[in-house]
Ligand binder design. Structure first.
Ligand SMILES: Cc1cc2nc3c(=O)[nH]c(=O)nc-3n(C[C@H](O)[C@H](O)[C@H](O)COP(=O)(O)O)c2cc1C
Length: 376
């Protein structure tokens, strides 16, 4: 037996390059598989949160279903800033300040609007499943109390719209909403102290475009704003599925990338390029809408959120898409100029929405209701 070692062939330059290419491709492939985890079913998870309401549920299980439907509401950066206390005869919605956005929302204005959106979903679901409702708005405390009394179920198309609604960030096709439907939106029942301002003419729309441009330029030049946004961005399915909150880039029409790439990209965004993209989206919509309030404060913000969610559910039930463009209202100087440029008088602009027709986007995720219910 020949035990002498076979002389090793020296790796020439060509072999080395081949080997490096194989290792590189295998490594990149493995890394991409790991990052994008295509076997993790994002859509399945999004659908799970939107399982149809268990209408046969009674007692604590029914209260839990109401809270689950509340969590499907719109909310700033998908922070889901709420906790629910389930009682025998009602549900209390608490603010979860650990999920506040101190840079974009220093006064918790949008946090309370988000809670108002959740409240509206809860009220719609409660009435549709056989209750009358009574709301105590937050005052010195940080809780919204909903008292429920069994009664006849009130059918409403808004109930079916709750799991369907989404903030649809795609470009719209410019097609106007037909007059009868527009009238239905104009006549939407409001809350005390809340007003709607529809933007339809080209001139008014261009004024809104100008302020969206200004708001975006100001935010994207602010490192603190970008850092906070990056914290809540989920750059790929794996990240989104790990936290079940935040802004999944797929839902904003952006590609999935590893966090370090996304972070670099967002931090280096050219503000004017971002503003041009946002204003193009606004111009792609035939209509825009401002929701305004007579005063500031927790109760007004909650009522603003209720009116928004009612409007969004109504639009959903009519097959109309909508998306927020709140940048001009999140920068104090731009907000007050916007208020006078649009002739809003003393009413304070709280939310800016474009609406029309566009392709649906991937749905956002939600944490399971068990993780937002306060243990008994
Ligand atoms: C008060 C408030 C402000 C928001 N501002 C914006 C915004 O300026 N731009 C945007 O694209 N989405 C905005 N959103 C939408 C949220 O990001 C969205 O509701 C959340 O990601 C959950 O997604 P969904 O509404 O599709 O379920 C806002 C939502 C609320 C309630």
């Amino acid at each position: 037996m020949n035990t002498s070692p076979t002389p090793r062939r020296k790796l020439n330059r060509r072999d080395f390059l081949k080997l490096a290419a194989v290792v590189g491709v295998a490594g990149a492939g493995g890394y991409l598989l790991y990052e994008y985890a295509p076997w993790l079913d994002y859509d399945q998870q999004a659908q799970l949160a939107r399982t149809p309401f268990e209408t046969g549920a009674t007692g604590p299980a029914q209260m839990r279903e109401l809270a689950r439907y509340a969590t499907l509401a719109a909310n700033g950066h998908n922070t889901q800033p709420w906790m629910f206390n389930l009682r025998e005869d009602g549900v209390d919605i608490y603010a979860d300040f650990s999920r506040r956005l101190p840079i974009v929302d220093p006064d918790d204005r949008e946090l309370w609007i988000s809670l108002g959106c959740a409240l509206e979903n809860l009220l719609v679901a409660a009435r549709a499943t056989g209750h009358t409702t009574e709301v105590t708005y937050p005052d010195a405390d940080d809780v919204i109390r909903v008292q429920l009394t069994p009664d006849a179920a009130q059918e409403s198309p808004l109930f079916a719209a709750i799991p369907q609604r989404q903030n649809t960030r795609s470009e719209y096709n410019g097609q106007a909403v037909e007059t009868a439907q527009l009238d239905q939106l104009i006549e939407l029942p409001l809350e005390p102290g809340i007003a709607l301002h529809f933007v339809t003419g080209t001139e008014d729309m261009e004024t809104v475009v100008e302020y969206v441009n200004q708001g975006t330029l100001s935010q994207y030049a602010d490192k603190a704003f970008l850092d906070e946004l990056i914290d809540w961005l989920r750059f790929n399915k794996k990240e989104a599925l790990a936290s079940l909150d935040g802004l999944f880039t797929g839902a904003t029409g952006n590609p999935e990338v590893p966090r370090w790439v996304g972070q670099m990209f967002v931090a280096g965004t050219n503000p004017q390029q971002q503003a041009d993209g946002d204003t193009a989206k606004l111009r792609s919509a035939p209509h825009a809408l401002v929701i305004a309030s007579e005063s500031e404060g927790k109760a007004s913000w909650v009522r603003t959120g209720q009116v928004y969610e009612r409007m969004a559910l109504t639009m959903t039930s009519l097959g109309i898409q909508s998306a927020f463009l709140n940048q001009p209202l999140e920068v104090p100087d731009v907000r007050s100029q916007f208020q006078s440029a649009l002739g809003l008088g003393d009413t304070l602009p709280q939310l800016l929405i474009r609406f029309g027709y566009g392709s649906p986007m991937p749905r956002s995720l939600r944490r399971p209701v068990e993780s937002v219910v306060i243990p008994a």
